[in-house]
Design a protein around this ligand. Structure first.
Ligand SMILES: [Zn+2]
Length: 287
């Protein structure tokens, strides 16, 4: 039996997998005070679903990371620095552990089971605490020399919003939860989260609707860059912010297609537990 783990910026999800379905799952709030506290949250999430029949654990974690060694290098939204995640988990659970980028895992699951099924080249974005990216070619995660497809840190403006990765104009600063809240604030709209903005937009609040339209435009510019670089067969957009898809997909497609050489479908992710399913796939394959 395989156990999949999805490490996010706010929660850690873990699930026991049978084929392409999650038969038992748990979610633990991430304690981000320091590396030890954070690691304890990961262990707690796994313990909630772990049993003696588990033979391998797959973990998706924000990068940059060394997927081969299972070392988390320096994710900007987590307190982990050069953290030997695979080794630490293997010593506790006594089973094989495979680690990969969380967005790559989610896109892999979409490519194998979800919106990208049957497509050779699947590029994906996950919109949440940060903006993750993944590229899957013929059902395999493409890593390049290490950390390929960090689409969240591709820039849509050399003089744009400052990102603490050291760059400016990273799409993460526009299409992550905090990026969207920041855009809302710039229009005089106070909201704690994209979810709150979504509720306002549903009620017809024009400013909230406008914030999503603007976010779609920013995303479209980033997606055009992805299309022009990689010419994927499909672009899949997931993560919790994609729940507001209906308010931003039109402006996203308009901006992307007006700037790109080809027009692959740009679709919302289909799977509920893409991160968990994808990390499970990684564990199966590297077992
Ligand atoms: Zn950045």
């Amino acid at each position: 039996m395989i156990l999949g783990v999805d490490i996010g910026g706010s929660h850690i999800g873990a699930g026991l997998l049978r084929g392409c379905s999650t038969i038992r799952k748990a979610s633990v709030e991430a304690d981000k005070r320091d590396a030890a506290c954070f690691f304890n949250s990961v262990v707690a999430a796994i313990r909630r679903v772990f049993n003696s029949r588990v033979t391998a654990i797959g973990v998706g974690c924000p990068g940059p990371l060394d997927w081969n060694k299972g070392v988390i290098v320096a994710p900007r939204n987590l307190p982990l620095r050069n953290f030997m995640l695979r080794e630490r988990l293997e010593s506790i659970f006594k089973v094989r552990v495979a680690v990969d980028n969380d967005a790559s895992c989610a896109v892999l699951a979409e490519a194998v089971y979800g919106a990208g099924k049957g497509k050779a080249v699947v590029a994906g974005l996950t919109l949440g605490t940060g903006v993750g990216g993944g590229l899957v070619i013929k059902s395999e995660v493409y890593h390049g020399a290490g950390n390929a497809s960090e689409f969240g840190h591709t820039s849509i403006g050399y003089n744009g919003r400052r990102c603490n990765c050291g760059s400016r104009g990273c799409i993460e600063e526009y299409a992550s939860s905090r990026g969207i809240v920041r855009t809302a604030k710039s229009h005089g709209l106070r909201a704690e989260s994209p979810k709150e903005l979504y509720r306002l937009a549903l009620k017809g609040n024009k400013k909230a609707v406008g914030v999503f339209r603007e976010t779609g435009f920013y995303l479209g510019v980033a997606v055009a860059n992805i299309i022009n670089c990689l010419s994927p067969d499909i672009i899949v957009v997931g993560g919790k912010v994609s729940g507001s898809w209906r308010f931003f997909h039109k402006s996203l497609k308009e901006a992307a297609y007006s700037r790109s050489f080809s027009k692959p479908p740009i679709v919302k992710a289909e799977l509920v537990d893409a991160g968990i399913l994808g990390s499970g796939l990684i564990a199966c394959r590297r077992g």
